[in-house]
Design a protein. Structure first.
Length: 250
């Protein structure tokens, strides 16, 4: 028991807990509540609504999109790249972004997965996801430390190539069917259906039905997806690289 108590004390001393709140609670209220749990509260120094990644060295217009590396203990590397896009003001714009992201890096048939991971073997894992609240797509990749710069450039090259090579045909139809199938399967998960019902109640002007989603996806043309991807801009790149603990901006 003494060993267990010691381990528990060490965990509580070293661990960091991030609390995200939504509502009328103030920082002082939250800190007071946390400290009643014997946890040390601290004022937040960043806001989730801010459209930037919180780094030790803030980004500026001079280094926007440059690769920032931090050396950490380990043998592998993790790369994150943020591509900003104009805020989606309509449901159709969101759906177009979903399809574009699926083609770029989200799906198993995406460009990042098939080219960077499968064909070139540059990454152990790579995919992209959308953050509609901050209007950016985040690419994450697990790679070898010596391939960080290569993958950083290759991700941008694949996006550029996609905008000139995407065309109507079997590949685009396969992407559409994959997304439609995933949407249908989501109905088997109660929490996703509940989320959709709540969202429909909050946004009555949006048609969040499966039928509308399918109608938009099936009608999408390659040029619409290309136009969407053409508005993406790299605004930040950050890599945790296995090695000694130091930081550089390359």
């Amino acid at each position: 028991l003494a060993d267990l108590a010691k381990a528990h004390k060490e965990i509580c001393q070293e661990a960091q807990f991030y609390l995200v709140s939504n509502g009328d609670l103030t920082d002082s209220d939250l800190i007071k509540w946390l400290e009643s749990w014997s946890l040390k509260g601290r004022q937040a120094d960043w806001n989730y609504g801010d459209n930037y990644l919180a780094l030790d060295q803030p980004l500026s217009t001079d280094n926007l999109g440059q690769l920032f590396e931090e050396k950490v203990q380990g043998q592998q590397a993790n790369l994150a790249m943020a591509f900003a896009f104009p805020p989606a003001k309509s449901l159709k714009e969101r759906i177009i972004l979903q399809v574009a992201n699926g083609i770029f890096g989200y799906l198993p048939v995406s460009r990042l997965f098939t080219e960077i991971r499968e064909k070139q073997s540059l990454a152990y894992a790579i995919h992209s996801g959308l953050d509609f609240h901050r209007s950016f797509a985040l690419v994450r990749a697990g790679i070898s430390p010596d391939k960080v710069a290569h993958v950083y450039k290759e991700v941008q090259a694949q996006l550029a190539d996609l905008m000139v090579s995407l065309e109507e045909g079997d590949y685009l139809e396969e992407v559409k069917l994959t997304l439609l199938s995933a949407d249908v399967q989501s109905r088997d998960y109660q929490h996703l259906e509940t989320d959709k019902m709540i969202a429909q109640d909050l946004y009555p002007d949006f048609d969040l039905s499966t039928d509308y989603f399918e109608s938009v996806v099936r009608a999408l043309k390659a040029e619409e997806i290309i136009a969407c991807l053409g508005k993406w801009r790299l605004v930040g790149a950050y890599a945790l690289v296995g090695g000694k603990d130091e930081r550089t901006l390359s």
